[in-house]
Design a binder for this molecule. Structure first.
Ligand code: CA
Length: 241
């Protein structure tokens, strides 16, 4: 993955879209452009952008509905950029889960400043969730990243290299739904639609091994048609029996 942050621009007005594209490009950001709501949702799932810049008035759906949909499974920062200056519109967007709101016409400098704030938040969260802790603990599950071993209730779980990589990817994103495409790209570097079937098989094996302690506690949740999520487990499974 490139170090340049990936920004998704959702805007049906070609002139505004081009202005944003040129601005992001000159500032060293990568970007994807969506002209309507369905393109936006497609881009969010396929490219996992770090921040979304969202126009509220789109030809096929309300921007607020996009915010609600995306918030069902992602905490990515969403900055609304809208000509609607009414407080009621702002409140509705923020209530739906938008992080910030800019009114058109907007200043490019202000847009970039808001974007930097959003990216700082993303990176702070990634660091908090990320690789600094050498031991991952969740319920009865432990992963020793330095040793490359995983344990359930103190006993080592024997994993294939792919299963171990899958487990680490899910663990590092505990609580977040990871899409099939995202997992396939992270583990195998590429994907085709048929790979989703193999992923399902690997996940089934991994899940079986995680439950070999006899615990009924599910660690990995399936989101049918979307992907998988590592759940945060409060206490070791044996205590709940
Ligand atoms: Ca519009």
């Amino acid at each position: 993955m490139s170090n340049k942050p990936m920004i998704l621009v959702v805007e049906d007005d070609a002139a505004v879209r081009n202005l944003m594209a040129v601005t992001l490009d000159t500032q060293g950001y990568q970007y994807h452009l969506a002209r309507n709501g369905s393109e936006a949702l497609m881009e969010v799932t396929t490219h996992q952008p770090e921040v979304m810049l969202l126009d509220l008035g789109l030809p096929d759906m309300e921007g607020v509905d996009i915010i609600r949909k995306v918030r069902g499974w992602s905490s990515m920062p969403i900055i609304v950029i809208s000509a609607r200056a009414e407080d009621a519109d702002k409140v509705e967007a923020l209530d739906a889960g938008a992080d910030d709101y800019l009114t058109k016409p907007f200043s490019v400098d202000e847009l970039l400043a808001r974007l930097r704030v959003a990216l700082r938040r993303v990176h702070a969260e990634q660091q908090a969730a990320g690789g600094e802790t050498p031991i991952y603990e969740n319920g009865g599950l432990q992963i020793d990243y330095a040793a490359g071993c995983a344990y359930m209730a103190g006993s080592e779980i024997h994993l294939t290299p792919i299963e171990y990589k899958l487990l680490c990817l899910l663990a590092k994103n505990t609580g977040k739904v990871l899409t099939h495409n995202y997992i396939l790209k992270e583990i195998w570097g590429s994907y085709t639609a048929s790979d989703v079937g193999s992923l399902r098989v690997f996940m089934a094996m991994l899940r079986k091994k995680l439950q070999s302690d006899g615990g009924a506690q599910p660690y990995i949740q399936t989101h049918i048609g979307i992907g998988y999520r590592m759940l945060r487990i409060d206490r070791p499974s044996e205590e709940s029996q």
